[in-house]
Every structure is written in C-alpha cells, then in structure tokens.
Write a protein that binds this ligand. Structure first.
Ligand SMILES: Cc1cc2nc3c(=O)[nH]c(=O)nc-3n(C[C@H](O)[C@H](O)[C@H](O)COP(=O)(O)OP(=O)(O)OC[C@H]3O[C@@H](n4cnc5c(N)ncnc54)[C@H](O)[C@@H]3O)c2cc1C
Length: 543
C-alpha cells in the first residue's frame, strides 16, 4: 500500500515525496514523549499539491482505505499533534514565504519560521504579539493550528485574535477562504452545492440548535484557552459568521492551512523591565492580580525549584543578581507602552505593588541589564532540556491554565502532587494568565515511569478541573490531552466537538487521534522509551 501511495503522489505532485527510513524515522517524533511513524513524507510546493493529497486520500477513504494526513511545521508540538501514521505534509521546506506586507497586516504561507516573520515585521516597527517561546524553531502554521500564545499574551491575546482570514484545504481537496461573513454572504455560502456549502449549512444549523450548550464554553473564566474547537467564536452578536476562529486551534483536524492573513501591532523595543522577588507564593498570587490591572506586556514567573535545579547542575548560569537562599518565586514584569509617560506611570504603579508584596525588586530600561534579567527566565527554562542522570524533565502536563486569581492555589496543589509521587519538578510560566509549565523528571526507559505518566496526568488534570481551568492554555490538546477534553467542557459540549469533526472530516483522514477519538491505552503504547528533542538542538532552547 505504501508504494502505491508514494507512486501516486510522486506522479501527481510538484513537491518531493520520500519514503526513506531516515525520513520516516525523523518524522516519527515531535517534541512530545510519543512516537508514531508515518508511511510517506511529502514536501508540498503549493496549495495545489496539498489539494491533490487531500483529494487522493478522500477518494481512497470513499473506497474504505483511510490514510491519515498530518500537517507538519517544525514538529515542536509537545502533545503529539505533529505525528501521524499516514502522509506527513511538511510545510517549512517550500511553503514558507511572506506574500504581502502592508501597514497593519501580513499575508504568509504556513511554513514560515516564526522568528523570520517577526524579524521582517520589526523592520517596519510592527510585530505579531502571540509568539510562542519556541519562536526560533517553530512555524506560524503550527502556531495557527495550535492557537499558540506566549509571554506577550497577557496584554495582547492569542493567535486566534490576530487571524483575519485563512486559505484552507478541506478533507476532499476543495480550497476555501475563511473570513468574517455578513448574513447575506453566509446565506450565499449556504446555497453552494459543493462540500464548502454543506459545511456552512450543517454547521450553522448545529450552532443554532445548540446555542445553550455552546454558551457553556464561556463559563470557563480562563484568559487563554486552546482546548477543543472554538465553537463559541464562530457567530458574533452582530450576525457575523466566521470559520477562521474555528480553524485556528484545530490542529489540522478540520483542514490544512495554506495561507493566512494576520493583524500586527506596533512594536516598541524600548520597554521597562522589572524583576521582583517573593518569599511567599500567596503574596506572589496577590501581586499577579494587582499587576494585571496595570496592563503589563509580560508577567512571567519561575519558582525556586527551577533555580535550585539550575544552581545544582549549571551554577554559572545563575546571574549575580540572585543570591541564596533563592526566592520562592521570581516575577518578570514588562511595560511596553508606546508613550513614555504611560510607561513611567505604569512602572510607578507596579513599584507600589512590589513595595507591598515583594521583598526586593529592580527596575531597568537599560538593554544590557534587561538581557541579564531575561537570561534568568530563558536559561532556567533551557536547563530542563538536559539529562539528570537517567531522568529528564518531560512535557506531558506542561500547559494547564487556571483563572489568574487561582495562581497560588495552582502552585500549591502542583507541589503537593509532585510530593505525592516523590518527583522533582520545575515550574515556570505565564503568571498573568494563570498558565504554568511544569515538567516532572522521569526515566522513560523504565516501565514503572512510563506507567506513571498517565497516572500523574490523571491527578494533574483533576486539579485543573477543580480550579475551574482548562487542560491547555496554548499548546493545545494533541494526543496527550485528548482523553481529558470531555472533562474540560462537559459531555454535551464534547459531543458537539465530535459532530463538528464529522462535518469537516466525515472519513476521519485529517490528523486522526488528535483532539478526539483516542484513549489512554493507545497513548500509553505510543510513549517513547527515551526522550530527546535532537531535531531542535541547532537552536537555542527556550521554553
Ligand atoms: C521548548 C518549547 C517551548 C514551547 N513554547 C510554547 C509557547 O510558549 N506557546 C505555545 O503556544 N506553544 C509552545 N510550544 C509548543 C509549539 O512549539 C508551538 O505551539 C508551535 O507554535 C508549534 O509550531 P510547529 O511549527 O512546531 O508546529 P508542529 O509541531 O509541526 O505542528 C503543531 C500542530 O499544528 C498542525 N499544523 C502545522 N502546520 C499546519 C498547517 N499548515 N495546517 C494545519 N495544521 C498545521 C500540526 O498538524 C500539529 O497539529 C513550545 C514547544 C517547545 C518544544
């Protein structure tokens, strides 16, 4: 079967088609702890290639042969969403261009490296704010598909907010453009006799029939959320209808993105950076809420365990500004207001908060000093890429988000969880959004540790649920978090997700097993026996 698929694709595509062992091995892992080997790897040159792949797999599926199609950026996904056992469609090789750049918007192909796009935007004093920490080694297509967000999201919001329109190849190979439609435009779409028309008709009906169920999605009061399908963002109060917010965050399970037009913001590198030290998690939590009201552009934390870890393994990476005993929490707070006066006023307000709640802090506008302070955050996070004996910090519960006012409870409950399992853990992340990253140290070559993975995940997601949070703030569901999705929104909403998937992908060819239709046993079988992100080592690690 593999030979038939690759021969067909080689004959019909302009992009390269590979089945060599090296290529299949390379694409059998992403940055998650899972592994799944594709049958064929394809490097599309244009959207026509992508259309032909989808049309081919649709026709096979009509005859009962389901060949999964998985879109791939740089494979930095930490939940196994960039893995598939069928055709791997790799965008960065050719579909990596900036197509148009105007004053406030940019149109790109999905395979462009995020940092390359930012570089181009910076030269025009613009930027795309929701860049992930993996900016140097991930694509904008991956960020769109994951609804990625990062350190600036506390002020600017997530990827969905910045996405104006998309070109998307549907499961049957049709190419559609998504954007906000008014009532007249929507009814025109619904009148079409093709697959696109069918999607608009069925989806509009599904939303109208289930409006009260969909409203339940709004009960989660988290400030960022990538779990599930954004069904609550398709229709707006003015009668607008837009598939764009639904496709963003759908991880290639509803369609393949071949082009995107994105809004950008004014970029101000002339920021003020504060670093505050807290001896008490509770006080840090209170500071988060007070600072949020001031409107910082960054509010990041790292905990003492991470500092201890860095000190133990790479003491020279701890800058002189931090001495022992380490603070319980270090918080980085940045203001990037374009007006100098506003920046000064906001910094003054932040200082008042630090005077009240932190035991020490520093504030700077000097580039060198800012780099030194950021170094603490970036170096601390990079250290978790290293082995500690046979164990390694593993990303499998790395992205839970809770309402920001629950920050201190979240940290406290996490510490208790890891104490229960007698595990070392490093905690850091986006305090302003209640979105923390934590990676317990385990040895995947040990059967016992592999078995502990899903047990720890069960306990962890139970905590997130109790705190009214979501299993994923930005990294998305992928495979690892798919079994927990029904608990995030409840069964009624989950059943609607299943219906949405069936509308877009009736044969289940688009990235199956991601977001939906997987279980813990299947995932357990995919867990690798050793973890490495070696395909990312030519870049500076940042998490
Ligand atoms: C060290 C580290 C730090 C990270 N920090 C962050 C962070 O701060 N914030 C954050 O949100 N994430 C973060 N991530 C996760 C990940 O890097 C990002 O979400 C990133 O945007 C994924 O981009 P990628 O190019 O690697 O996508 P991939 O991993 O290749 O793919 C991710 C998903 O997108 C889909 N996809 C890719 N291209 C397309 C397309 N053209 N059409 C449809 N679907 C597509 C894939 O099928 C998959 O489901 C981090 C990961 C690592 C390893």
């Amino acid at each position: 079967m593999r030979d038939k698929i690759s021969h067909y694709l080689q004959q019909h595509l302009t992009g390269e088609v590979m089945t060599s062992k090296d290529a299949l091995d390379y694409f059998a892992t992403d940055a998650s702890i899972l592994s799944l080997r594709p049958k064929v790897v394809v490097y599309p040159r244009n959207s026509n290639d992508v259309r032909k792949i989808a049309r081919f797999t649709w026709q096979l599926a009509e005859r009962g042969h389901v060949i999964p199609v998985t879109a791939r950026g740089k494979g930095t996904d930490q939940a196994g969403a960039a893995l598939g056992e069928g055709i791997m469609v790799v965008f960065p090789a050719h579909m990596n261009k900036i197509l148009e750049l105007d004053k406030e918007q940019v149109t790109i192909q999905p395979g462009i490296l995020y940092s390359k796009l930012e570089q181009a935007l910076h030269t025009h004093y613009r930027f795309l704010p929701p860049y992930p920490s993996s900016i140097e080694f991930s694509t904008v297509g991956g960020a769109l598909a994951n609804n990625a967000s990062g350190e600036k999201t506390v002020k600017y919001g997530d990827t969905r907010k910045y996405t104006k329109s998309l070109s998307v190849v549907l499961a049957n190979g049709e190419l559609i453009e998504t954007r906000r439609l008014n009532k007249r435009e929507l009814s025109k779409k619904k009148g079409q006799t093709n697959f696109e028309g069918e999607i608009y008709r069925t989806l509009d009906g599904l939303i109208d029939d289930n409006i009260h169920v969909i409203e339940k999605m709004n009960q989660l009061t988290v400030t960022k959320n990538s779990a599930g399908f954004a069904m609550n963002k398709i229709k707006d109060s003015k009668g607008g209808f837009d598939l764009t917010p639904l496709i963003v965050g759908s991880q290639g399970t509803l369609g393949l993105i071949t082009q995107a037009t994105l809004d950008t913001e004014s970029y101000n590198p002339n920021t003020t950076l504060c670093m505050a030290y807290f001896d008490d998690i509770e006080k840090a939590g209170q500071a988060v809420m007070k600072l949020k009201g001031i409107g910082p552009s960054v509010m990041e934390v790292i905990d003492e365990h991470l500092l201890d870890f860095v000190e133990h393994h790479n003491p020279s990476q701890i800058p002189e500004v931090i001495s022992k005993p380490f603070p319980k929490v270090i918080m980085l707070v940045e203001f990037d207001d374009l007006s100098e006066t506003a920046q000064r006023k906001n910094t003054k307000k932040a200082k008042k908060v630090f005077d009240e709640l932190a035991y020490e802090y520093q504030v700077t506008k000097e580039e060198y000093e800012k780099d030194m302070l950021w170094r603490i955050r970036h170096f601390a996070a990079s250290i978790v890429w290293q082995n500690v004996g046979v164990t390694k910090a593993l990303p499998f519960i790395e992205d839970g988000v809770v309402p920001p006012e629950k920050f201190s409870q979240y940290v406290d409950r996490a510490y208790k969880l890891f104490a229960k399992y007698n595990l070392d853990v490093a905690i850091w992340g986006h305090a302003g959004d209640g979105n923390l990253h934590m990676q317990p140290f385990l040895d995947l070559s040990s059967v016992g540790d592999r078995q502990r993975v899903m047990k720890i995940a069960d306990d962890y997601y139970a905590i997130i649920e109790e705190l009214g949070g979501s299993s994923s703030g930005s990294h998305n569901d992928g495979r690892m978090r798919a079994p927990y999705l029904p608990d995030v929104y409840g069964k009624e909403v989950y059943d609607l997700f299943v219906k949405v998937k069936t509308i877009f992908d009736p044969y289940g060819t688009l990235n199956p097993g991601v977001k939906l239709f997987t279980d813990k046993k299947l995932i357990h079988k995919m867990i690798r026996k050793s973890y490495s992100v070696e395909h990312l080592y030519d870049h500076m690690p940042r998490t």
